[in-house]
Design a binder for this molecule. Sequence first.
Ligand code: FA5
Length: 337
Amino acid sequence: MLQSVIEEADSVFATAQSEEVLLHAKARFLGKAGSVAALMARMREIPPADRPGFGQAVNAAKDRVEALLQHNLLRLRAEARNRDLAGPFVDLTLPGRRAEAGAVHPLRLVERKMLAVFSEMGFEVALGPEVETDFHNFTALNFPPDHPARDMQDTFLTTDGRLLRTHTSPVQIRTMLANEPPIRIAAPGAVYRCDTLDMTHSPNFRQVEGLVIDRAVTMADLKGTLLRFTRGLFEKDLEIRLRPSFFPFTEPSVEVDVQCVFCGGSGCRVCKHSGWIEILGAGMVDPAVLASVGLDAEVFGGFAFGIGVERVAMLFYGVDDIRHFYENDHRFLSQFA
Ligand code: FA5
C-alpha cells in the first residue's frame, strides 16, 4: 500500500514537464487531502500495538515522496537551463543598438545660416501669416486690381476670400504698418503658388524676405548688403551681378545672380555655361508701397529682396533636383545630419 503510493508519485513526478505541473502533483500526494494524509488517517484501523511501526512507515514513505519531488524539481530546472544555453547566444559585451537620431532638414539648415548672416548685419527676424489678405499680398505692394502682374504668381485662393501668400513680401507691409523706421528685417517662411513640381519649381517653397527702410538708403547699400550676404553664406569671395527686372513693389527692380559656385564663373552645366546663377529678386522700395503704409517717400526710402531658399540650398549643397528636398528619403536626408 505504502509502496504503491511511492511508485505512483515517482511516475507522476517523473513525467511532469513543467514546474507548474509538478507543484500541482505535489498537492495530490503531500497536500492536506493527498494520498499520504489518507494513509495517516488509516491509523485508526491499526491495532494499537502496531501503531508506532505504522506511523514510522508512513513517515518514511512521506520522506521518500518529498525526496522524489525535490529530485524532479531539480531535473526540471536543469532542463530549463539547458534549453536556454542551447538557444541563441547572447553576447552581453556587444555594444547596444543605437537609436537613430533625427536631424535638421537641409532647407532649415540653409535658412538658419542665411538668418545668421543677416543677423550679423543687424537684421531682426520678422514673421507673417501664410494665409494672407489680398491687400497685404498684392494691393499694398502696388499690384493694381486686375493688373496682369498678379498673374506672375498663380495664386491659391481660400473660400473665405483670402489667399495663400505667393511670396514673403506681405511681411514688408505688416512690418511697416506696425513699426516706425529705421527698419531692418529678414522674414523667412513658406509661400504657395500653383506651379507644377519640376526640377527647379515647387508649388510650396520657402523664401527669405529682406527689408531696410531708413533715411538716405541707396542702391549701393542694396548691392553691398547682398554682396556681404552671398559671401557670408557661401564663405567664398564670389561676385554678384544685378540685372534689370520688374516687380510692382520695387523701382528700379533687379534680379541678382551669383557667380556659379560650381565652376567659379568659368561656365559649366549647372550655370548653363553662363558662369552666373540667379538666386533672388530685389529693388528699391517703390514710393507707392511707402504711401500704402503711410510713410512719406520724400523722407524715407529703402530696399527689399526676396531669396528662394530651395534654389540657394541646391547651390549650397550641390543638389540638382528640388524634389529631393520634399521626398524625405532617409538616404538623402541623412547626408546632412
Ligand atoms: C518674388 O517672389 C518677389 N517677392 C521677390 C522680391 C522681394 C523682389 C522683394 C523685390 C523685392 P520671384 O517670383 O522672382 O520674386 O521669386 C523669388 C525667388 O523665389 C526666385 O528667385 C526663386 O529663387 C524662388 N522661386 C520662385 N518660384 C519658385 C518655385 N516655384 N519653386 C522654388 N523656388 C521658386
